[in-house]
Design a protein around this ligand. Structure first.
Ligand code: WQD
Length: 339
């Protein structure tokens, strides 16, 4: 069974390719290498014993997308990760985000909806909820006006898929709304490779401990939370990757209840920034150098998933603890820094 993974050399994409290949799927990866290198193919091969087929394509080029599907007519499922995902960068350069995240989705859907039957998994984000009124967050929580063009592309992307599925009954799609993916494969053969200064908490923590960064700035400790720092639902990237295989198999086995479904992917547990730091210090036995800094624009106070729908309908549950995820992140950081 051939499956296309776009953005398959990225952080979540590469972990998903590993889980697909371990389940026996035949994977072809598209990546434009704007935020990943082909070394990741070696990491995937090291873990699974198999190197996926790889096509260097920029999905903004409509003709190349069409060419791809002519070359691979036997693709039965698509998991679409390819997108730009830096919140701050999206504020600085909105048109890059609208073009890269939406045109590529439209070209992909144009190809898939021309088929009699297509199965499509979309990489979405809890960012669509903004600051939810009720916690934990369920899938029917209202989508709030996006805080950034990045978040807006996820909201608009979901709408484009939903509207297309309404008229193209042969297109079966699932949007997966990730909470905060962290960690790395236990082999440390693949992991998160942020370019430049990490925007996200966990790579900043591990880079600080590895000596690449001077200290971690904790963006605010005056929030209405138990310890004053923001709360998030940190999910191990391997748990997240496994959820993509379960979602794809749901469509391939025609278990979906409608041809467009949405699932939150989180652990259901919220952890504060200070709790994440404590977890890191516990598992690494390293003291982390950090200071309390002013709040970061656009941060929500708290977000964590209601996991009932993913557990009971999708049939998937995150298995790793925060400590296990933090230890895997640290192991990966030490590996790539030869520590
Ligand atoms: C987590 C917490 C920060 C860095 C973003 C995107 C979301 C998804 C995941 C793509 C917050 C605090 C962070 C630092 C800090 N990305 N923090 N110091 O903002 O919840 O979600 O990444 O899909 O769409 O919005 O994740 O890791 O940036 O921040 O104190 O140096 O850590 O304030 O409370 P976030 P994050």
């Amino acid at each position: 069974m051939k499956v296309l993974v776009t953005g398959g050399l990225g952080f979540i994409g590469s972990h998903t390719v590993v889980e697909l290949q371990l389940k026996g799927f035949d994977v072809v990866v598209i990546d434009n290498l704007s935020n990943a290198s082909t070394d990741v193919l070696d990491g995937i091969a090291e873990i699974t014993g198999k190197r996926p087929e790889f096509e260097k394509i920029d999905l903004r080029d409509k003709a190349s997308v069409s060419e791809f599907f002519k070359k691979y007519p036997d693709v039965e499922g698509v998991i679409h990760f390819a997108a730009s995902k830096a919140v701050g960068e999206s504020v600085e350069n909105p048109l890059l985000y609208y073009e890269n995240n939406l045109n590529t989705l439209i070209y992909m859907l144009q190809e898939l909806s021309a088929k009699d039957n297509a199965n499509f998994i979309f990489s979405s984000s809890c960012t669509v909820y903004g600051q939810a009124d009720k916690l934990p967050i369920t899938e029917d929580a209202p989508v709030k006006p996006a805080e950034s063009p990045y978040g807006n592309t996820k909201q608009i992307g979901e709408e484009i898929i939903k509207d297309t599925c309404k008229v193209k009954k042969g297109l079966n799609a699932i949007s997966l709304r990730y909470f905060n993916p962290i960690g790395a494969h236990e082999s440390a053969a693949i992991g998160e490779l942020p370019l430049g200064v990490p925007q996200n908490l966990v790579p900043f923590i591990t880079q600080t401990a590895a000596g690449l960064r001077n200290e971690l700035a904790v963006f605010g400790n005056d929030y209405p939370t138990p310890d004053g720092t923001c709360v998030r639902d940190y999910i191990h990237v391997v748990d997240l990757a496994k959820a993509h295989v379960v979602a794809l198999e749901r469509l391939l086995n025609e278990k979906n209840e409608s041809n467009y479904e949405v699932f939150n992917l989180g652990t259901g547990t919220g952890s504060s920034v200070l709790e994440v730091i404590e977890s890191f210090e516990r598992v690494s036995e390293e003291k982390l150098n950090y200071r309390i800094a002013p709040r970061r624009e656009g941060d929500v106070t708290a977000a964590y998933a209601d996991t009932h729908k993913a557990n009971d309908v999708l049939g998937w549950k995150a298995g790793s603890s925060l400590d296990e995820a933090m230890l895997s992140a640290w192991k990966w950081e030490k590996k790539i820094r030869n520590l």
